[in-house]
Write a protein that binds this ligand. Structure first.
Ligand SMILES: NC(=O)c1ccc[n+]([C@@H]2O[C@H](COP(=O)([O-])OP(=O)(O)OC[C@H]3O[C@@H](n4cnc5c(N)ncnc54)[C@H](OP(=O)(O)O)[C@@H]3O)[C@@H](O)[C@H]2O)c1
Length: 247
């Protein structure tokens, strides 16, 4: 029960990695507020633990919507101890062809959305006076290049830099800010790569463990970064990628 009585807000907490983090956090004793634009598949969690799971409809690209999310979390549970800024989108496209709309969607959600949630949660954590944990979600692609990945890689690199600056600004206020950078996971955004035989053939030699990771293996990194096990970790990017070999 490493997160007993902690209140965690998880953006994109309705499916994929965010839901896996919510499930692990619940196992560790936390209360979770799962935020996304659509409810998806968390009804079973709400049914099992109605007092410890809340869904809040949120668009992280909209600062007003994010403020409402944080207000709802505080109204329901009295405080926010942990933020996992996990909501993200990916649109592949080569630089000479990617549409302005696809580019803007990645900037709006990945960079602006992470910033809005980080700022909004940090203000409340400071007001509470009791510190807190902020975990942004980057990707192994923040530091590696692949054709068609300009928007995704650039926005994930921005998230890591935002994380490191926020860590040195908020550290003295007792708020630790770190980033979780998964490699390719079996599900969520990684599903297409890991389950498409042709694509996997081209990429599998880059995985030193010879396989994609599970959502749960990445979620365990988010448990570590939210718990006392990481009490002296700040401004760190935790890569959970099975030893990715990539130029
Ligand atoms: N799966 C992987 O292999 C992998 C690897 C490296 C990094 N990541 C990162 O992990 C995070 C989660 O990815 P995933 O694989 O779980 O993807 P996913 O299955 O597509 O889930 C994305 C989540 O983000 C939410 N979301 C998207 N845009 C949003 C917005 N504007 N406002 C609020 N919520 C929004 C989605 O819900 P709605 O659409 O309903 O809003 C959904 O809950 C992302 O940041 C991704 O870059 C994933």
């Amino acid at each position: 029960m490493r997160l007993k009585d902690k209140v965690a807000v998880i953006t994109g907490g309705t499916r994929g990695l965010g839901r896996a983090i919510a499930e692990r956090y619940l196992d560790e004793g936390a209360t979770v507020v799962c935020a996304a634009r659509n409810p998806y598949d968390i009804e079973h969690l709400i049914r099992q633990l109605p007092d410890r799971v809340l869904f809040h409809r949120t668009d992280v690209a909209d600062p007003g919507s994010v403020e409402e999310l944080m207000d709802a979390a505080v109204a329901a549970y009295g405080r926010i101890d942990v933020l996992v800024a996990n909501a993200g989108v990916n649109h592949d496209g080569k630089v000479d062809r990617i549409s302005p709309e696809a580019w803007r969607a990645m900037v709006d959600t990945n960079i602006n959305g992470t910033f809005h949630t980080l700022q909004s949660a940090a203000k409340r954590m400071i007001a509470q006076g009791g510190g807190g944990r902020i975990i942004t979600v980057s990707s192994s692609m923040s530091t590696r290049v692949a054709i068609g990945a300009a928007g995704y890689s650039a926005t994930k690199a921005a998230i890591e830099t935002l994380t490191k600056v926020a860590a040195i600004e908020l550290g003295r206020k007792g708020i630790q800010v770190n980033s979780l950078a998964p490699g390719v996971l079996e599900d969520g955004m990684g599903r297409e790569l890991s389950r498409n035989q042709k694509v996997w053939e081209a990429y599998h030699h880059r995985f030193s463990l010879g396989r994609a990771g599970t959502l749960d293996e990445a979620a365990l990194g988010a448990v570590f970064l939210a718990s006392e096990d990481s009490s002296y970790v700040n401004g760190h990017v935790l890569e959970v990628n099975g030893g990715l070999l990539w130029a």
